[in-house]
Design a protein around this ligand. Structure first.
Ligand SMILES: C[S@@+](CC[C@H](N)C(=O)[O-])C[C@H]1O[C@@H](n2cnc3c(N)ncnc32)[C@H](O)[C@@H]1O
Length: 224
């Protein structure tokens, strides 16, 4: 696959009215990677399922989608998107065990982001407290749990961005890549350039995290 993609920042369906300013992964990005790394009939995991974008695309491509989501309200939306309530587990990925989901062949996900001076805990939906170091510890723990439910050789794709805030950078993508590399084999990254002029665009081509591009970090489960 090329290491640079250009896609339109657009979604196939509207977000619910009470969530219309929230982050959601564009469907085309999920489709690109599921087509690359999975076959019809494969099991697809999203451990940060959100509104169920990965699960909806998996279903459309004849894959079996499974999700985990912390927020009760988003669980309901993800279940609707998946078309099957049974496939979305309400809980924290930090507690994931192999009774929650079957062994999965591929994982596509976008974790909750943290700017390094923030003190809210992204793993509790920004309630409770966390430092950036504790957040990175949780990222590593989360993907260690994910690894435990992946088939040998499964590919993992993480949609993440660096963050620019008050003229400072949080090297989130690289810090996440570094921590997840402790549990999965790092294959590399794909830079995703987002075409501007959409509802999430600040007017200068950048999005909420301060850039017009993000990264898909790719890994392989080398154990098993
Ligand atoms: C960046 S969003 C994912 C968006 C998703 N790709 C979509 O298109 O809707 C991250 C999600 O992780 C969820 N989350 C936060 N902490 C979690 C945890 N401990 N376990 C599982 N999910 C969690 C958040 O509630 C949020 O829905």
């Amino acid at each position: 696959m090329r290491t640079f993609l250009s896609l339109e920042y657009a979604h196939d369906t509207a977000l619910p009215a009470d969530h219309d300013d929230e982050f959601r992964t564009p469907h085309a990005l999920v489709e690109r990677f599921l087509r690359e790394y999975s076959e019809p009939g494969d099991r697809v995991l999203d451990p940060f399922a959100g509104f169920g974008t990965t699960l909806a695309v998996a279903e459309r491509l004849d894959r079996e989608g499974y999700g985990i989501e912390y927020d009760a309200d988003r669980v309901e939306h993800a279940r609707d998107a998946a078309g099957d309530a049974e496939v979305v587990h309400h809980g924290s990925v930090l507690d994931l065990d192999d009774t929650w989901v079957p062994a999965c062949d591929v994982c596509f996900t976008s974790p909750p982001f943290m700017e390094r001076t923030d003190t809210r805990n992204p793993f509790e939906n920004y309630a409770g407290e966390s430092t950036y170091d504790e957040y990175l510890e949780d990222i590593e723990r989360a993907f260690s749990r994910v690894e435990s439910v992946l088939a040998p050789g499964a590919r993992v794709v993480l949609d993440v961005s660096n963050m620019k805030y008050e003229e400072r950078v949080t090297t989130l993508a690289w810090d996440v890549a570094d921590r997840v590399s402790n549990v999965l084999h790092y294959d590399g990254e794909v830079v995703v350039g987002w075409d501007a002029g959409t509802d999430r665009d600040h007017g200068d081509g950048t999005f909420g995290y301060g850039y017009d591009h993000s990264y898909c970090l790719t890994f392989t489960n080398a154990t098993g």
